[in-house]
Design a protein around this ligand. Sequence first.
Ligand SMILES: [Zn+2]
Length: 463
Amino acid sequence: MRITVHGAAGDVTGSAYLVETSSARVMLDYGLFQGGKKEERLNRRRPTFDPKSIDAVVLTHAHLDHTGRLPMLVRQGFAGPVFATRATVELCDILLRDSAFIQEMDAERAARKNGGHVPDEDRPLYEIEDVELTMSRCRGVGYDEPVEVAQGVTARWIDAGHILGSASVELTIEDAGTTKTVVFSGDIGPRDVPLLRDPIRPEHADLVFLESTYGDRDHRSVDASIEQLAGIINEARKPGGRVLIPSFAVGRTQRLVYELGEMMRDGVIPSTEVVVDSPMATRTTDLYRRHRPLFDEEAWEIIDAGEAPLDFPSLRFTLGPDDSKALNGVGGGVVIISASGMCTGGRIRHHLRHSLPKPETHVVFVGFQARGTLGRLLVDGRKEIKMFGKILEVEAQIHTLGGFSAHAGQTELVEWMTYLQAHTPRVLLTHGENGPRRDLAKKLDQRWGLKAAMPELGEIVEL
Ligand SMILES: [Zn+2]
């Protein structure tokens, strides 16, 4: 048996692993490479395997960097089932549709620029029909229920606490009389944060693929971030004041809604108008609310007290573009949560265009800002930016809060290995840039005496 690494090797996007035995071929995640032109080219590369020969796909969670190439695989002839937790299947429906829609819009824009012709590099990777076909192949499974996904390959999903439905996947692989256990960490969430349950630490494996997104550092504390956010919201209560929070629609927005509700329920801030202005964030929040059996104890204490963890009286969701535009006239401390999280698209850009030149505006960044994005320019303190073809002076106050990350920090990644390390498995670090991978490898050696390897893109791991 062997496993080929088809993405997220020395990078944080494009997660994909092909598991092969003499009788089965299973793809574990099939994510989009995201970032710039180089990543775009990787998405368009012909696969080095035959998509028709894959028996099944297994997903850790719905984020596009783990699922976003799946409709391409289907388009190229993959005809088997896709296994994922039930919440992941529902989230994939939202995320993959949105991904296809954005690609189709981009292609239309490119066609307008090029006299009706769409250049090769702007062609959509897939369309809505491909997503629909992909979704028809999805089979929702529960946590901790072993499922034989292909001949001799059994998968079990273990809560990873990263986003709703997220899991680490344990594969038990039988081939030619031997059995091996491989654990794919997926993305691991932080511990002791509310709403989602803490990641579960797996107990046994011969081989572990461990994510290393924040392999080089620990996050600032949640309490400090909440205190800072409360201060900003109170400061913005002046005439004309407003708080803009660019936020990822899936996961981060729901966490913010939870925290803001708690701040009001606990009297940390007075009742404050909070508006979620992103159709995808609205649909996702609704989905989270329907999956409350997956919530943690803290969220259930709120439910048991007769309240809703993802709701409060002064929260509302915009209905359409007109409702969104009307927010320009609202001031006096309103909090607007809108996507995209790095300000590369979505309605947040219209709010920024309107409010960045105003010193009463506070822009609060709660997530990672990649190089080359508008979000990164603002975080880096740029005083003039170009938007919609115009130069804008940045007079707004820019803040960065580190405590709302959906990823485990370095110490938590090391401690996630607590039980696994007892059997001295082979450890391969993926889903992280090389700096963080090296730092995490060092820590794993110091703490557990484990020598972790750092596979390259296309590397084959023999078992
Ligand atoms: Zn993720």
